[in-house]
Unconditional design. Structure first.
Length: 187
């Protein structure tokens, strides 16, 4: 939608440098090109290299946030673990590696998703996810995990979410779904 659009930043904006994962500030007036706009975040190319700008800072790009991070209240009817698990997998499909235009589920990065009662009685459910990365040295891992946790917490009835990065089994291209392989042109 916004890919390959050249934009002048309207204000200073925090960004996550790719692939190191370091937090940087891109200054107002800098020209950037949106190279990927998926899952509510924006990968931009600038004179400093590639960076990810999160949805809440879309205004610096002259865009309106898509609303994927809205907080949601819940009722006891929202505590059905099967519904929450289905919602969790859908939320995880809105998380992307900023360098790859395929969501983390279709990339085969998510190994497990468990729904359990919160450790604090009466506080809803807790989601525990185990995921990996395409390479252990990827500096974006903590950022991708934090994005997933944030999105999981918006599911009705979920009060806690934890995404753990694991390395066993090691990821390989055979773990990519058919849809992911089609998107990447591997099929």
């Amino acid at each position: 939608m916004h890919e390959n659009s050249e934009i002048t930043l309207s204000r200073d904006v925090e960004a996550i440098q790719i692939p190191s994962g370091n937090l940087i500030t891109l200054p107002a007036g800098m020209t950037v090109v949106i190279t990927q706009s998926l899952g509510g975040s924006y990968t931009v190319a600038s004179p400093t290299g590639l960076s990810r700008i999160v949805e809440k800072d879309a205004d610096a790009l002259g865009l309106t946030a898509e609303g994927t991070q809205q907080e949601v209240s819940f009722t006891d009817g929202d505590l059905d673990p099967a519904k929450q698990e289905k919602a969790a997998w859908e939320k995880l499909k809105t998380c992307f590696d900023p360098e790859i235009p395929v969501n983390i589920v279709d990339l085969g990065l998510v190994y497990d998703c468990q729904i359990n009662p919160s450790e604090t009685p009466g506080k809803g459910s807790r989601i525990a996810v185990q995921m990996t990365l395409t390479a252990p040295g990827c500096g974006m891992g903590p950022s991708i995990a934090a994005d997933a946790e944030s999105k999981l917490r918006t599911i009705p009835g979920v009060s806690e979410a934890e995404v753990a990065l694991v390395w066993d089994p090691p990821w390989n291209q055979h773990m990519i779904s058919e849809a992911g392989k089609m998107k990447l042109g591997i099929i």
